[in-house]
Design a protein around this ligand. Structure first.
Ligand SMILES: Nc1nc2c(c(=O)[nH]1)N[C@H]1C(S)=C(S)[C@@H](COP(=O)(O)OP(=O)(O)OC[C@H]3O[C@@H](n4cnc5c(=O)[nH]c(N)nc54)[C@H](O)[C@@H]3O)O[C@H]1N2
Ligand SMILES: Nc1nc2c(c(=O)[nH]1)N[C@H]1C(S)=C(S)[C@@H](COP(=O)(O)OP(=O)(O)OC[C@H]3O[C@@H](n4cnc5c(=O)[nH]c(N)nc54)[C@H](O)[C@@H]3O)O[C@H]1N2
Ligand code: SF4
Ligand SMILES: [Mo]
Length: 717
């Protein structure tokens, strides 16, 4: 019945010889790499590329090991009722998925199917996934893990500048900035090769200021470390603006020529005098003065953020307060100046432009805009009225999953939400309560283990595809090998499923054909890719969007002449600091914050399978200040339990003076009994629906030998 795709029996037989130039599968820096065949294995080595200039971190170096890994999924798996998985043919798996989806939609309506994507998916996949949800499944419920990553950066940039491109300038501009304030990014661990830009900046006499509750490899490279209390970023920004106003470091000419609503932000900042801000943030007033003067007196200044200030329930306001500072100092829309958010996932930028977001159509168009709906419906060959409207955001969809109000079935691709969603214990329960769950992955992730059908996907080096990096540079990744037999590309999976579900729309499975359709869909939109072709990308080191036609050079710097707001002016916003919804009290006396280590990537599905990376970081730990540890009688390496209002998890104690005394830090790369997200608070930002990953209240408990937490973390449905 279904159109079968012939199985491949040509595993990794691409001829040895010239290396394949491509880019790393992991983070948004998209370092250049060459893939070289050595016998039946493939090795990665750095290649010269404008973002990485020959650099590669330990994850990039070892990425190709996963191509031939013995844990790879090589055939579809089906679970009948509560039994173990059994191997199945693609025909059976696809038939089963289509039958279940059709049955559930008949009983519960179209919107009963939820689609969950990821910012690691290529532009082609993100685009086809959005089309798949809206046209093949006709559901409004599609969202993705970028909601846990870039949603607040996107919302704040739209409000302030009228457009969301993480960095409105190329990375190379960093080296030319006199002063940089890096709020909350630990780039020395999360994008190590990016440090070369900061080092070049320092060699030119530039200064780096880093705001982070912890001393990190990044703060050690800084001239000034503002060790703020978690969740107080907006107060810090307002405090710096207050000093800038008091010392007349303000650029009145820039404000008059290029911005609107300055007076409202100025009036708010008046109440953030240094001593008050010191009380809120814990940053000494003299450091606030020093920072404000460095930022204000420099000819060129940049403000950059990442997830520390962005993964909070007040994060859009945090970012708007920082934007106010950049604008008031006149340090935006000029060379070597600007406000930017460092995108995280490999395609964290492109993944948020082409339609896998609940409220969005390709080209960064709104799904509620009648003209946008008509344009996209025309490209897809469907009636505009047939397109669903906005669905629920990632956490909201997961939180209601399996209830009468929520989705009854889900299709998850490129995300491991059982580990990376906040309040993960509850999310596991919700996934288990679904009538039907499908997961497409390379490995048996913690989410896949909960599925009814698991589909084995091809990895990055086994297919062509484009990604858009943290600068807005669209990059073509080349294929270096064929997928193993039995494995299909995500585009093939979507195309096959769409055809099986019926409907008139076309779902090509060849990456270039999908990209050409995406170009037409994005034409005239904010993120306009119309002038970017595979042919061009094969020759150029990426092209920056917007790029409306083939002869257009692309747009590395977007706000030099005007902002993307209707009046062309950047907008100030009056922002009051709001404390996080959960702060320490008698029962939970510490702040708990979460984040990353250099050796592991996200949920660890990939990096926990690489021996060298496990050697570098074997187990989950909690960073505790020595005074705190002493008070509780905790010794180095001891297993301790961290408890929050959501639950508990166990970690090995890493005692370190680099963290504030009132704060604990745990990485979220581990699962089960060491799941950081068993602890996190799912409070959401009102505008962006970003969860509060970075701030909640916790206590530390010693574990007596008789206690074990194991039985609470069973994975079976
Ligand atoms: N090694 C590695 N690299 C990665 C990834 C990975 O998983 N592993 N993931 C990629 C992705 S998707 C992303 S999004 C990026 C994230 O990159 P980063 O944002 O650099 O990483 P995080 O460790 O999440 O958070 C950065 C810092 O925020 C600090 N912080 C915590 N709470 C607060 C707060 O309230 N205010 C402030 N100002 N700072 C706070 C933490 O102490 C931490 O050092 O990394 C990318 N690169
Ligand atoms: N506590 C806490 N939680 C966090 C964060 C935090 O700082 N603290 N950070 C959040 C952030 S910024 C992010 S980006 C998310 C990340 O959250 P996730 O995206 O859930 O984490 P990953 O481990 O990248 O999961 C991707 C999964 O898809 C698979 N995969 C990767 N690429 C592809 C592909 O192309 N096709 C298919 N089919 N599968 C693929 C991988 O094997 C893996 O299992 O986590 C969020 N969660
Ligand atoms: S910094 Fe990011 S893109 Fe570069 S090698 Fe490491 S993980 Fe890959
Ligand atoms: Mo992210």
């Amino acid at each position: 019945m279904m159109e079968a795709i012939s199985a491949r029996d040509d595993e990794m037989i691409e001829p040895a010889g010239a290396p394949t130039p491509t880019n790393c599968p992991y983070c948004a820096l998209q370092c250049g790499m060459n893939l070289v065949h050595e016998g039946r294995t493939i090795k990665a080595a750095p290649r010269d590329f404008p973002t990485s200039n020959g650099g590669l971190c330990q994850k990039g170096w070892t990425a190709a090991e996963l191509l031939g890994h013995r844990d790879r999924l090589r055939t579809p798996l089906i679970r009948d009722s509560r039994s173990e998985f059994r191997e199945a043919s693609w025909d059976e798996a696809v038939d089963r998925i289509a039958a279940e989806f059709e049955n559930i939609q008949r009983r519960h309506g179209r919107d009963a199917i939820g689609v969950f994507g990821g910012g690691g998916l290529t532009n082609e996949k993100a685009y086809l996934l959005g089309k798949f949800a809206r046209v093949a499944l006709c559901t409004r419920n599609i969202d993705y893990n970028g909601r846990f990553c870039m949603a607040s950066a996107a919302a704040a940039s739209l409000k302030a500048f009228g457009l969301d491109r993480g960095l409105p300038f190329p990375l190379a501009d960093i080296s030319g900035a006199e002063t940089i304030l890096l709020v909350d990014a630990n780039v020395a661990e999360t994008m190590p090769p990016i440090m070369q830009y900061f080092e070049a900046q320092r060699r030119r006499g530039g200064h780096l200021i880093v705001a982070d509750p912890r001393a990190t490899a990044t703060t050690r490279a800084a001239r000034l470390h503002l060790q703020l209390t978690p969740g107080t970023d907006a107060a810090l920004a307002n405090g710096l603006l207050h000093i800038a106003i008091a010392e007349d470091l303000i650029d009145h000419q820039f404000i008059a020529a290029r911005t609107s609503s300055y007076q409202s932000a100025r009036k708010t900042a008046v109440a953030y005098w240094p001593e008050r801000v010191e009380r809120i943030t814990g940053v000494p007033a003299h450091q606030l003065y020093e920072a404000a003067r460095m930022l204000g007196r420099s000819r060129t200044t940049m403000l950059l953020t990442a997830r520390g200030a962005e993964q909070q329930s007040n994060s859009v306001n945090n970012l708007l307060a920082l934007t106010n500072l950049a604008l008031a100092l006149g340090k935006s829309g000029k060379p070597h100046c600007g406000f930017g958010c460092l995108t995280g996932q490999g395609n964290g930028q492109g993944g948020r432009e082409h339609g896998q977001k609940a409220d969005q159509l390709p080209g960064y168009r709104s799904i509620e805009d009648a003209a946008a709906r008509a344009h996209i419906a025309h490209i897809w060959g469907v009636a505009p009225d047939s397109l669903p409207h906005a669905g629920s955001s990632a956490y909201e969809m997961l939180d209601a999953a399996g209830t009468d109000e929520g989705v009854r079935a889900m299709f998850v691709i490129g995300s491991n939400i059982a580990v990376t969603a906040p309040n993960a214990r509850r999310i596991r329960e919700r996934l288990t309560a679904l009538d039907f769950l499908v997961v497409a992955d390379f490995f048996m992730s913690e989410t896949a283990r909960l599925a009814d059908v698991v589909l084995p996907s091809a990895q990055w080096a086994e297919e062509y595809g484009t990604v858009t990096n943290l600068e807005g540079r669209v990059i073509l990744r080349q294929r270096a090998a064929m997928p193993p037999p039995g494995v299909r590309t995500d585009l093939e999976i979507l195309s096959t499923l769409a055809k099986r579900l019926g409907g008139a729309a076309q779902f090509p499975s060849e990456p270039e054909a999908v990209f050409d359709e995406l170009r037409r869909a994005s034409a005239g939109g904010v993120a306009d890719y119309a002038g970017i072709s595979y042919e061009r990308l094969a020759k150029e080191p990426g092209v920056f969007w917007p790029c409306p036609d083939q002869s257009h050079p692309g747009t590395p710097r977007i706000f030099l002449d005007r902002y993307a707001t209707p009046d062309g002016r950047a907008r100030f916003h009056a922002i009051e600091y709001q404390p996080p919804p959960e702060v320490p009290d008698d029962d939970f006396p510490f702040f708990l914050t979460t984040g990353r280590v250099a050796a592991h990537y996200q949920s660890g599905t990939q990096t926990r399978r690489v021996a060298q990376l496990m050697k570098a970081a074997r187990e989950a730990f909690v960073e505790i200040h020595p005074a705190t540890a002493r008070g509780l009688g905790i010794v180095l390496g001891e297993r301790v339990r961290i408890v929050t209002r959501r639950g508990f998890a166990t970690f090995s104690a890493r005692i370190s003076a680099s963290i504030r005394m009132d704060t604990l830090f745990v990485p979220f790369h581990w699962a089960d009994e060491s799941s950081a997200n068993a602890l996190t608070n799912p409070a959401l930002d009102r505008t962006s629906k970003m969860p509060e990953f970075k701030v909640c209240a916790a206590r530390v408990e010693r574990i007596t030998p008789a206690q074990t937490d194991h039985q609470h973390f069973s994975d079976t449905r």
